[in-house]
Design a protein around this ligand. Structure first.
Ligand SMILES: Cc1ncc(COP(=O)(O)O)c(C=O)c1O
Length: 385
């Protein structure tokens, strides 16, 4: 009887857990015994660990979405403000400015990096300025699939207009630009610890990184209902955006593996690249950047080719994901705001639209073997035949 190969996971949290299970049990049991479920010492310990890793201040919060909200609330972003962000991203990036009363302005992405297209960004800032209805306040760059956006370029454009730079690094913790960690390239950087992220907890969690001590203090206040000074002094309107102590304890255990996991993700990406380059489109990593390889995404020629590749993977029992099947401006929740954001209708977003028909993400985690990557690549290549 031939043995069926072990199923390949899109993300694998089991292999990682097996390595640290005893330590996880110990640390979680310690939190349970201590009873300090909110603001326990593990939260400060994790923040110190994140700060040491990234070289800037770190504030733990309840999710990547709340991290974006706290960072924007701290700037007073709201009604009348334009927040520029890619149309090809997860909904949370665009949802937050709308929740705060600001207007998201969708920007197209670069066809090779899938991150913000800076020429399109400048064009849309100029249009908003010419119209004079909204004030350009912030640029939110997304390090999609783990690849740092062009932060040198984004910062230069922001500086010209006095805008705030916010790095949505939910998919990219561990990535670097010019050898420096994310957190050092923008005014604020938000992380998600959603379980499948490069550093994931066992529930929801997130953090905000910033080089500014004043901003970090503001984030600490905002995540606790705007408290400051003495307990129950409410200095400003905030929210309940704290990171749970148990999640901090879990993340501390996972931080012990993190450096090695980043190396292993890069090794997996290298195996994929060696087999797939020239056959499908791959996310281009500029020389200055080191991706965290949150996802490994390929670009097919068109929707029909993508369906053939997907069918081939399905036939071999290999999982895949499509991030994202629709650009945000085509989502019902954003259509009205998008249409109204510029008089006469905003310019088209052709790259974001075509990527949604072309991209798909292959299994990516640090515990994939070369033989498993080879199986995935063989199935992709069969789909192209
Ligand atoms: C680009 C991006 N931004 C924000 C978020 C939101 O993070 P969370 O799920 O922790 O709220 C995610 C999560 O998937 C994301 O991928």
């Amino acid at each position: 009887m031939t043995q069926m190969p072990k199923p390949i996971a899109l993300f694998d949290m089991q292999a990682q857990q097996a390595l640290i299970r005893a330590r996880l049990d110990e640390r979680v049991a310690h939190v349970i015994s201590s009873g300090r479920f909110i603001n326990g010492p593990e939260v400060a310990e994790l923040e110190a660990r994140l700060a040491a890793f990234s070289g800037v201040h770190a504030v733990g919060v309840s999710s990547g979405t709340d991290a974006l909200q706290i960072a924007m609330m701290a700037e007073g972003i709201g009604r009348g403000d334009a927040v520029f962000l890619p149309a090809f991203t997860y909904t949370a990036t665009a949802e937050v400015p709308l929740v705060l009363g600001a207007t998201p302005i969708f920007v197209d992405v670069d066809p090779e990096s899938f991150d913000l297209d800076l020429a399109d960004l400048e064009r849309r800032i100029a249009l908003v300025l010419a119209e004079g209805k909204l004030k350009p306040r912030a640029i939110v760059g997304v390090d999609l699939f783990g690849l740092p956006a062009d932060w040198d370029g984004i910062r230069a454009i922001a500086a010209k207009h006095g805008m705030f730079t916010l790095d949505d690094a939910a998919q990219a913790f561990g990535a670097k630009l010019h050898g420096k960690s994310l957190g050092q390239h923008s005014d604020a950087t938000t992380l998600s610890f959603y379980p499948t992220k490069t550093l994931g907890c066992y529930g929801d969690g997130g953090a905000i990184l910033t080089p500014s001590e004043e901003r970090a203090a503001l984030y600490r206040s905002l995540r606790t209902h705007g408290e400051g000074g003495a307990r129950y002094d409410v200095l400003r309107i905030g929210m309940n955006g704290r990171l749970d102590t148990i999640q901090a304890a879990i993340l501390l255990c996972k931080m012990d593996l993190f450096d090695q996991e980043l190396l292993d993700r890069a090794k997996v990406a290298g195996w994929y690249g060696a087999r797939l380059a020239g056959r499908v489109g791959l996310q281009r990593v500029p020389n200055a950047a080191q991706s965290a390889w949150g996802l490994y995404t390929i670009r097919c020629r068109d929707a029909a080719e993508r369906t053939r590749v997907q069918d081939s993977l399905k036939a071999d029992g290999i999982p895949f994901g499509v991030y994202y099947p629709k650009p945000l401006h085509h989502q019902p929740a954003y259509a009205a705001s998008h249409a109204a954001s510029m008089a006469g209708g905003p310019p088209a977003l052709p790259v974001s639209e075509s990527l949604c028909h072309q991209v798909m993400s292959l299994p990516m985690h640090p515990y994939l073997t070369q033989a498993e990557v080879e199986r995935v690549c063989a199935a992709v290549l069969r789909g192209l035949e």
